[in-house]
Design a protein around this ligand. Sequence first.
Ligand SMILES: *Cc1c(COP(=O)(O)O)cnc(C)c1O
Length: 414
Amino acid sequence: MTPVGYVDRTLTCDGVALADVAAKAGTPCYVYSAATILANYRAYEDALQRTPHTICYAVKANGNLAILRLLAKAGAGFDIVSGGELHRVLKAGGDPAKVVFSGVGKTAEEIDAALAAGIFAFNCESEPELALLAALAQRHGIRARVALRVNPDVDAATHAYISTGSLAHKFGIDIGEAEGVYERAHEHGNLLLEGVSCHIGSQQFDFAPIMQAVDRVLELIARLRAKGFSIRHVDLGGGLGIAYKPDEPAPPIGQFAAALREKVTGKDLHLLLEPGRSIVGDAGVLVTRVLYRKKGGDKEFVVIDAAMNDLIRPALYDAHHEILPLRASPAGCGLRADVVGPVCESADFLAQNRQMAEVFPGDLLAVCTAGAYGFVQASNYNARPRPAEVLIENGSWRVIRSRETLDDLIRGEE
Ligand SMILES: *Cc1c(COP(=O)(O)O)cnc(C)c1O
C-alpha cells in the first residue's frame, strides 16, 4: 500500500507534504514511510502467527541504520550478504541470533566476524565454503549452524538479472547433488547441518515457480531426514514482487506468506523468510527537481537533478518507476518525454517516452516505489554526492542520512 497520495493538489507521504521535505532537505532526496515498512513487515508476521518462524529482512534492499533499527525493534531478523551488512545490523541493535548470512563469496574475515557475533545460520553455497566455515568454527571452538542453499532448478520468470534459481546461475548447490554434499559435510564435526535454504529470484508475481521450488526443497528435507540428518529449519528466501505500475497485479504479502505456511505446516520445521523488496519497496520515493527542458528532434527531454547514480534500476533492469509532480497539474498528462539526469551516459534515464504532466524548470517530482534497491545501489559516478535520506515517522520527518558533501567525495584519497 503506497503511503503517497495527493491532498488537495499537494503530493504527500503519510500526510507530510513532500515539497516541505524537499525545501529543507534539498534534492535529490529519498523519503521513506516508517508506517508502510512496519505494515509490510507485520503482514508477514500476521500470516505466520501460528507457525514457528523468523522474518529475516534482506538488508541489501535498503540498509539504512534507521530502517534496520525500526525493523529490529519490531522483532525482525536479518538476511545479510556481507561483513558490511553484519556491521550495519549490529550497529542498529539487530539480534545476531536472528541473522542468516547468504552469498556465494563469503571471505574468511566475513565468516570470522559472523561467528564472533553468534549469528543464527550460514546459508552455504559451495563445498569449499563449507570446509572454510568448518575450519574457522573449529578455531572459535563452536559449531556453526548451516543451511545448504540449494538450487532447485526452476525458472523464476522474472528479469534475467534478478533470477537466481536455475542451474545456469552461480547461486546455490544443484539440488540433485545436495544429499552427497550433506553427507560429505557431515565429516566436518564443527557444522550443525540443520537447515536447507533456497531463493529463486526477485520481483516474482507468480507463485507457481516458488511453490515448485518449495516442493523440491521439502522432498529433499524428507530424504535428508530419512538418512538421519535432523533438519530443523527451512529458509525459503525472499522474492515477492511489488507493483511498480498502478495496474500491476502484485500478490498481497499475506496471501504469499499463507501459501508458504500451508506448505510447511505439520512438517516440524522452523520457517525463515528473507523478504527485502516487499518490505521497503513501496515505502520510498526519490524526490527530484526539474533543471531544464530541452528538445532533440521530435523528442522532449526533462532534465532532472537525480540520475542513474542515484537510482540505477531503470538503466540496469529496464525498470519502470511512476513519476508524479509534487504539485498536481490540472492540465493532466499532456507531455511525452524522456526524464533524464545529468550523468554523461545515454543509459542515464529514469523514464523513457513517458506520458506525464507538463513540467517546468524548478518543479519538483517524485519517482515512486524507490524504497528498495534505490539508495543502496547509488554511487558517486560523475563525482556526484549521494542523496540525503529522510524517514517519516509518527507524522514528522527527519534526515536519517545526510547528503554527502564534496569532502565526502575525496575522503581517503591523497
Ligand atoms: C536479494 C535476496 C533476497 C531479497 O530478495 P527480495 O526480492 O528483495 O525480496 C533474499 N535472499 C537472498 C539470498 C537474496 O539474494
